[in-house]
Ligand binder design. Sequence first.
Ligand SMILES: Cc1cc2nc3c(=O)[nH]c(=O)nc-3n(C[C@H](O)[C@H](O)[C@H](O)COP(=O)(O)O)c2cc1C
Length: 165
Amino acid sequence: MTRRVLVAYGTTNGSTAQLANAVAEVLREAGLAVETRPAREVTSLESCDAVVVGGALYAGRWHRDARRLVHRRRGDLAARPVWFFSSGPLDASASERDIPPVRGVRRAMIRVDARGHATFGGRLEQGAKGRMAKMIIDSGKGGDYRDFAAVRRWATGVADELTRG
Ligand SMILES: Cc1cc2nc3c(=O)[nH]c(=O)nc-3n(C[C@H](O)[C@H](O)[C@H](O)COP(=O)(O)O)c2cc1C
């Protein structure tokens, strides 16, 4: 039977949603039935066999919607294969080396026995919400550091695990 995967994401400015879509595309290409949803809209995990949760990083923490989903559904998540990803660094660091999960995400991974995690570069551009975002952009530290090739490589690994045997 086709395995059903939910890719849920927590985003403020939309870039993590696009990473989630890139993950979903790879999983679909591998023959999985995939749905993507904002984490705050996920009310049940009954209909899925595996879950990927992605969240933007803000002030050293995973996006609130991602945190809340994992908290709310921790029992369901613990009973399924789960992967997490974070998006954030506004420089090339995530493309150059593995960036470990922030403390809260590490703890959440332990709680639900997550199989893996990746940190991907982020994006912050004109029009982003919030005073802090504007300050970062005005100081010249914004940009788009998302590495879709890295996202696809990581998602291929997830797909391999889910389609193996
Ligand atoms: C106020 C603010 C705080 C941020 N804090 C972090 C952080 O602690 N770590 C990090 O890697 N990126 C941080 N970022 C960068 C965001 O994670 C990045 O822009 C991300 O791609 C945003 O995702 P979104 O478009 O899905 O909301 C911060 C950005 C803003 C505006």
